[in-house]
Design a protein around this ligand. Structure first.
Ligand code: CMP
Length: 128
């Protein structure tokens, strides 16, 4: 999912180019604005964390671009491509290092397991 900061800054094109160059096939893609309730549901796993409310506000502030991606070893390879959550700790050349503004406005989200990829994919693309 390309996050609101990256979409608003016009970084969608270079981010998608980097994803495709890394060998990911885009199976589904759309652009939408989540409600705060939808953002809260998507990130429900973090609802006890101190940053939860701010995260829900940020994720519903403007449009996002969710995608379903396909590749061998996709979860691990995508997390390597995007880099650490905190852009200050993200490796050189990673999407977050290049485009993130802060630990919250960090440009992009990637699922952390195959199981969560299926859940998160179905959240935006039911039936795909
Ligand atoms: P993401 O990988 O999508 O997962 C949870 C999100 O919460 C994270 O990226 C950030 O956008 C946001 N977040 C804000 N503050 C923190 C923090 N201190 N630690 C981890 N995630 C944070």
């Amino acid at each position: 999912m390309i996050k609101p900061d990256a979409v608003a800054d016009g970084n969608t094109g270079p981010i998608i180019q980097q994803i495709e160059k890394a060998g990911f096939k885009i199976l589904a893609m759309t652009k939408l604005k989540m409600t705060p309730e939808q953002a809260g549901q998507f990130y429900a796993v973090h609802n006890e964390r101190p940053f939860y409310q701010s995260l829900c506000d940020y994720m519903s502030q403007s449009e996002i671009i969710p995608m379903i991606l396909e590749k061998e070893n996709a979860v691990e390879d995508f997390r390597a491509l995007i880099g650490a959550t905190n852009p200050a700790q993200a490796a050189e050349g990673t999407i977050r290092r290049l485009f993130a503004k802060s630990i919250e406005a960090n440009a992009i989200h990637g699922s952390d397991s195959n199981e969560n990829a299926a859940i998160e994919g179905a959240f935006f693309f039911p039936g795909v």
